[in-house]
Design a protein around this ligand. Structure first.
Ligand code: ADE
Ligand code: ZN
Length: 324
């Protein structure tokens, strides 16, 4: 390929929190529709607060904004808006995270969230040809009992979900806390992924691999500190879902030029590029690929990263063959 358009290179998005696609304009529109008062004056005031110090400072704002999501239609509208943007960036398959425990605190049952998001995915398939599924995330700084109760609730419709993930505040909430939850999720037929090594050390990545038996690691950038771990990831082709702009905005790296992406790729790790929470971090997946290009990745390397995303997806073999 000589000069691929980064935005149309066929790709899968494997690390995307659908709540992180909530643009300020939609947040205010939904607040009005649902009679919810946001603790921000207006769209500009909200956007001005997107200057984060770390993961926790982002999560505080992110969870506050999630209060506007109340109805099935809200979740469908949110997913549809994301899928339209993703299609323009060449996304052909998406595995979408969502946080039911936070919606439950807002009084929204998990069934409402799943129904709304599935309706959005149906629209995405019909309108934009995007395939995909839902990954239910365990919010790791909520009690483990709350994660177990969530599994009880979703068990009857586990076949409508693709997988289970683990997100939210990382340091102090190691994967080991959720070993039983992930074992049960596997028994329900759910694929397993977890955020690990975003802010916390490489030891969290080892725990996610050994105790949760994850098939991909979300972020995983701290793996760079452990050569044995890098060799393990490369040998077993465990993909990392890396989110460069997120890592810069949440100060997981001091600046883009200090991102360990090149070292991860050179170590033979299957790296994929994703947007995490694009509304909050200054760019969708196409902007993340553009950031990677600015780090000196050439055309063939960018095409390989896109191919990695399809290979590392949970799409069936036929769909993968179509996309590669
Ligand atoms: N939830 C949404 N975005 C997240 C991130 N980058 N890390 C952990 N939890 C999250
Ligand atoms: Zn994430």
């Amino acid at each position: 390929m000589t000069s691929p358009d980064l935005r149309t290179l066929p790709k899968a998005e494997l690390h995307l929190h659908i709540e992180g696609t909530l643009e300020p304009e939609l947040a205010f529109a939904l607040a009005e529709r649902n009679g919810v008062t946001l603790p921000f004056a207006d769209v500009d005031d909200l956007r001005r607060r997107y200057d984060f110090e770390d993961l926790q400072s982002f999560l505080d704002l992110y969870y506050a904004c999630m209060a506007v999501l109340r109805t099935e239609q809200d979740f469908t509208d949110l997913a549809t808006a994301y899928l339209e943007r993703a299609a323009a960036d060449g996304v052909r398959h998406v595995e979408m995270f969502f946080d039911p425990q936070v919606h439950a605190v807002n009084g929204v049952p998990v069934d409402v969230v799943i129904d709304g998001l599935r309706a959005g995915l149906d629209i995405g398939r019909e309108r934009f040809g995007i395939t995909g599924g839902l990954i239910v995330c365990i919010v790791r700084d909520h009690p483990v009992a709350s994660a177990e109760a969530l599994l009880d609730e979703i068990a009857p419709r586990a076949h409508e979900l693709l997988g289970i993930g683990l997100d939210s505040a990382e340091v102090g909430y190691p994967p080991s806390l959720f070993e039983g939850v992930f074992r049960r999720a596997a028994e329900l037929g759910l694929r397993r992924v977890a955020h690990a090594g975003e802010e916390a050390p490489a030891a969290y990545v080892w725990e996610a691999l050994r105790l949760l038996e994850v098939e991909r690691v979300d972020h995983g950038i701290r793996s760079i500190d452990d050569p044995e771990l890098l060799a393990h990831l490369a040998e077993h082709r465990v993909a990392l879902t890396v989110c460069p702009l997120s890592n810069v905005r949440l100060r997981a790296v001091p600046e883009l030029s200090a991102h360990p992406l090149r070292e991860l790729v050179d170590a033979g790790v299957v790296v994929t590029i994703n947007s995490d929470d694009p509304s909050y971090f200054g760019g969708y997946i196409g902007d993340n690929y553009a950031a990677v290009a600015s780090l000196g990745f050439d055309t063939a390397e960018l095409a390989q990263l896109a191919a990695n995303s399809i290979e590392a997806s949970f799409a069936d073999a036929g769909r993968k063959a179509d996309l590669l």
